[in-house]
Design a binder for this molecule. Structure first.
Ligand code: SOE
Length: 395
C-alpha cells in the first residue's frame, strides 16, 4: 500500500470538478509512490459544498477553508477558487507546511504573485512543494511538441502564433459573473485564457516573453446583475446592471528571449469558437501546430524531407511511447481535456514523492503574471513595454 497524500480542496465549480476527476483517477491510471486521498472540500455554501462533496467524491466538506489548513490530517491544499482568494489561501497553507496546487493564473496582481513565489521558495527548503495548474502543458501532444522542439526538429524558432478563442459571453444578456469583475478575477480574457497561451508557448519553446505591444477591448460595458449578486447592489438609478471591469479581448505582439517574434490573441468574443486554443511554431527547419479542438493530434511540417515529399503530417499522439499515453488505451483510442488534469496530479505526486520541485513552480507562474501585467500596461499606454524579469527570491 503506497503512502497516502491527503488533499483538501478549496472550491468546487468547473476547476474543482476537473481536479476532483483527476484526484479520483490518478492512482488508477499511474503506479505512484503516493496515493491521493480526497479528504475534504470547502465552499461558501453549506448546501452547495455538501452536494459537491457527494457528487465529486470528497469524504468530508466544510464552509471554511481555514479548517482545512488547521487539520493535521491534510497534507496538500488544492486551490480551485477565484483569483482574489489565491494569495491568502496559498500563503496560509505554505506557512502551515502544506503542499499547494494553485489554479492559474497564480494571482490577481504581480505583488501577490511575488509574495506567493517567495513563500513557496522558503517552504521548499523544508520539502514543501507548490505548483501552478497550467494543465495544457500536460496534454500529450503539447508535451510531444516540446520534446520535438528541444530535439531541434524545427530548428531555430522564428514565429510563435497563439490564439485562445471562446465565445461564452457574446450575448449582452449574459450576467455580470465573477469572471467579469476585476476585484475578483484580476483581469478578463487576458488572465483567464491568455495566461494559458503565455505559459504554453514559453514552455514548448523554452523562451520567455521579453517585451509586448498590446491592445485590449471590452465590447459590452454593462451587464445584468446575476440573481445571487453577492457584493453587488443595484445601480444608483435602481437599474439591475453592473459595469464590466475587465477585458473581453486581449491581443498583443511579443518578442521572445531566443529571438522569436510572436502574436497572441485571447478573446471571449470569437463567436462560434467554444474553447479553441491553437499554437503554431515556425522554425528554420519546419513547423509544429497544436489545436486543442483536435487535442490528440500534432501537425508537423518537416522541412528537411526531400522536396517532393514535403507536406504537413498529422501525428496521432496515442502511441505508448508518447508522453503519458502508456497509462491509457491502445494506439488510436483518444483521450480528453480531463486527462490533462490527471497527468498534472501524476506529475505533482511524483515530484512530492521524489522530493523535487514540480513545474510550473510559483516562480514560473510569477513570470507569467509579469507578462500579463506588461500586456495590461502596454494596452493602457499604447506602447511597447518590457517585461520585468522574475528575479529568484533571496533565499
Ligand atoms: C474559462 O472559461 C476556462 O474555464 C478557463 O478558466 C480554464 O482555465 C480553461 O481550461 C477553460 O476555460
Amino acid at each position: 500500500m503506497s503512502q497516502q497524500l491527503r488533499v483538501g480542496m478549496v472550491g468546487y465549480a468547473f476547476m474543482g470538478a476537473a481536479h476532483s476527476q483527476a484526484w479520483r483517477t490518478v492512482n488508477h491510471a499511474f503506479d505512484l509512490p503516493l496515493s491521493a486521498r480526497m479528504t475534504a472540500v470547502s465552499g461558501r455554501s453549506e448546501q452547495g459544498v455538501a452536494a459537491a462533496a457527494a457528487k465529486l467524491g470528497w469524504a468530508e466538506h466544510t464552509t471554511d477553508w481555514r479548517t482545512l489548513i488547521a487539520r493535521d490530517d491534510i497534507d496538500l491544499i488544492d486551490i480551485c477558487s477565484p483569483g482574489d482568494t489565491h494569495a491568502e489561501i496559498a500563503l496560509a497553507a505554505l506557512a502551515a507546511g502544506k503542499h499547494v496546487l494553485c489554479e492559474k493564473p497564480l494571482a490577481n496582481t504581480v505583488a501577490e504573485a511575488r509574495e506567493m513565489a517567495a513563500a513557496a521558495s522558503k517552504a521548499a527548503a523544508s520539502g514543501v512543494r507548490a505548483m501552478c495548474g497550467f494543465n495544457y502543458r500536460r496534454v500529450p501532444a503539447v508535451a510531444l511538441m516540446k520534446q520535438m522542439i528541444d530535439d531541434g526538429r524545427i530548428g531555430t524558432i522564428r514565429h510563435v502564433r497563439a490564439n485562445y478563442l471562446q465565445d461564452w459571453i457574446v450575448d449582452p444578456a449574459f450576467p455580470l459573473v465573477w469572471r467579469l469583475r476585476k476585484e475578483i478575477a484580476g483581469s478578463g480574457a487576458l488572465g483567464d485564457i491568455g495566461a494559458h497561451i503565455v505559459d504554453m508557448t514559453q514552455f514548448v519553446t523554452g523562451q520567455s516573453i521579453t517585451s509586448v505591444s498590446a491592445m485590449t477591448e471590452t465590447f459590452i460595458k454593462q451587464r445584468p446583475l446575476p440573481s445571487a449578486s453577492a457584493g453587488l447592489s443595484a445601480a444608483a438609478d435602481g437599474s439591475h446592471v453592473g459595469d464590466v471591469t475587465v477585458d473581453d479581448a486581449a491581443l498583443f505582439l511579443a518578442r521572445l528571449s531566443g529571438g522569436a517574434v510572436a502574436t497572441y490573441e485571447a478573446t471571449r468574443f470569437a463567436t462560434g469558437r467554444k474553447n479553441q486554443l491553437r499554437v503554431e511554431i515556425n522554425g528554420s527547419l519546419g513547423t509544429l501546430v497544436f489545436d486543442q479542438e483536435r487535442m490528440n493530434e500534432l501537425e508537423f511540417y518537416d522541412g528537411t524531407r526531400p522536396a517532393p515529399e514535403q507536406g504537413f503530417t498529422r501525428i496521432l499522439v496515442t502511441e505508448p511511447d508518447h508522453p503519458y499515453m502508456a497509462a491509457w488505451w491502445p494506439p488510436g483510442h483518444l483521450i480528453g481535456y480531463e486527462h490533462s488534469f490527471t497527468h498534472e496530479m501524476r506529475d505533482l505526486l511524483s515530484a512530492i514523492a521524489e522530493g523535487r520541485q514540480p513545474e510550473p513552480s510559483f516562480q514560473d507562474a510569477l513570470q507569467v503574471q509579469l507578462v500579463l501585467e506588461s500586456v495590461s500596461r502596454s494596452a493602457e499606454t499604447s506602447s511597447w513595454t518590457e517585461v520585468e524579469p522574475a528575479l529568484q527570491p533571496a533565499f
